[in-house]
Design a protein around this ligand. Structure first.
Ligand SMILES: [Zn+2]
Length: 479
């Protein structure tokens, strides 16, 4: 049985998170806004209007290009891509064709198996989005809100070899887009859209066989599933001696299946020509430098540094660099804590992340500042509060915005570590439960945990667990 491998390329459209659209002052993000409320004569293509380029679009695109090691071009041009579609009011889309904003570049994608896949970027340019056609009760409705929303179109080389690799590429791209603050990159909201080109070939061959294109997939899990179904289909077809045709396939979310959208793939003639209403984009050295001054340390580099500098396991470093504000938070907390970074990492991964997920917050939005977290960990280290109280302090600080020390003081949460006070509580518990004492002394030492629970209850959770255990063992032996 000959062995086949998949050859996959991804075309992504990235919605930039600018305040206004690419060529007019309309609000760019219309998520949950009523149809046709963020529109004007420019983005609906009325006669006599002129587009004005939003500088921030260029700046965000240059930042992304630089993060991908692509070469931002000193001069690039806008072109008209002509086609007729009801949701394209001008009859053309302003895009870039032969002189795009940046050339070259790649994204390294670490795979869970341990190897890294380098994915080349074939094309990166800026363009405007078209509107949206909605079929409703037998009518075709058009929403122009999305017209003129700034996009980056990015096409990879045929460098991915499995559905999992394609999914990991999107996960890392989404991480990078959010890290750079160029896009919200939410696939469900259409901020990040991906079409996949899929073909198969005998392993070791260099040819590119006929490919199919998968469209309309709106989550990373579905991209993985759609590609893997399409690879299986192509393998079955080739096994049965059937040719692969250049279909365009559409993913259907409800039935989790692919269907043929178009069977004959003819390269459309878009009659590209230079956009006469816009000047070329001149990215001079000063502008370029001022944009690149904002280029932060990138996620993978930071992950490596966390492993080297803080001696974190790869697992921790990966989670903590999943999001930029979380990695900033971690570093600030480590600095404030001054002790073992792994201890801060444990508190963050086990407890703070849960809080962020439950409250849908980013680390930078927390009222539980890195300094407060460090203070809580220190209080637990010093035995001022026990671990359970320490964990409950996280939520209390977050809710009240007060410092951990203030809350401990106000609510009397300091651990009862005073031996005489604890001894009195233990004695009370033993006196109240003569039967359990007898059972324990009869050999059922597993009851110790139960006694510990009773002491905790009586002390309202403040007893020092270690000292309590010690006292219980000692006093039960005597009792
Ligand atoms: Zn507009």
């Amino acid at each position: 049985m000959p062995k086949y491998e998949a050859v996959i390329g991804l075309e992504t459209h990235i919605q930039l998170n600018t305040i206004s659209k690419i060529f007019c002052a309309c609000k760019a993000d219309s998520w949950e806004d009523p149809p046709n409320t963020n529109i004007c004569p420019v983005c609906t293509g009325l006669p006599g209007v002129l587009p004005v380029l939003n500088k921030v679009v260029v700046e965000k695109a240059v930042l992304l290009a630089a993060a991908l090691q692509a070469e931002p071009q000193p001069v690039s041009y806008f072109d008209r891509k002509n086609y007729f579609y009801p949701d394209l009011p001008k009859g053309y889309q302003i895009s870039q064709y032969d002189r795009p904003l940046a050339r070259g570049g790649f994204l390294d994608v670490p795979m869970p198996e341990g190897y890294t896949r380098r994915v080349n970027i074939d094309k990166l340019h800026i363009e405007e989005d078209a509107g949206k056609t909605v079929n409703q009760d037998g009518s075709r409705l058009i929403d122009f809100n999305r017209c003129g929303v700034p996009l980056i179109e990015m096409v990879t080389g045929p460098d991915l070899r499995s559905a999992d690799e394609a999914a990991q590429y999107l996960i890392r791209l989404r991480q990078l887009l959010r890290w750079l603050d160029v896009s919200e990159a939410d696939m469900e909201k259409g901020h990040l859209r991906a079409d996949a080109n899929v073909s198969i070939r005998l392993e070791g061959e260099q040819v590119l066989n006929t490919k199919t294109e998968i469209k309309n997939v709106n989550s990373i899990d579905n991209v993985r599933m759609a590609i893997s179904k399409e690879i299986e289909r192509q393998m079955r077809a080739v096994g049965a001696g059937e040719p692969i045709e250049a279909w365009t396939l559409q993913w259907d979310d409800s039935s989790q299946s692919l269907s043929v959208m178009r069977t004959k793939e003819t390269e459309a003639d878009y009659r590209y020509f230079r956009e006469p209403d816009l000047l070329p984009v001149h990215l001079d050295e000063a502008w370029r430098k001022s944009i690149l001054a904002d280029l932060p340390e990138l996620p993978l580099a930071r992950r490596e540094r966390f492993i080297a500098q803080y001696e974190l396991p790869e697992y921790d470093a990966d989670i903590l660099t999943g999001e930029r504000s979380l990695s900033d938070y971690f570093e600030a907390a480590v600095e404030a804590y001054g002790g073992d970074p792994k201890r801060v990492s444990n508190w963050l991964i086990n407890d703070v992340l849960r809080m962020l997920n439950e409250r849908s917050l980013a680390a930078g939005d927390l009222r539980l500042t890195p300094e407060y977290l460090a203070a809580i960990v220190k209080l637990v280290d010093q035995g001022v509060v026990n671990t359970n109280t320490g964990k409950s302090l996280l939520d209390r600080v977050q809710e009240s915005g007060r410092s951990p020390a203030e809350i401990i003081e106000a609510e009397g949460l300091a651990q009862v570590g005073d031996e005489d006070a604890l001894r009195a509580i233990v004695a009370e518990v033993l006196a109240e439960n003569p039967e359990q004492v007898a059972t324990y002394q009869g050999g059922k030492e597993g009851l110790l945990g139960w006694f510990l629970g009773q002491v905790m209850k009586k002390s309202r959770g403040k007893a020092d667990p270690q000292l309590t255990r010690q006292l219980l063992q000692e006093m039960l032996a005597k009792a």
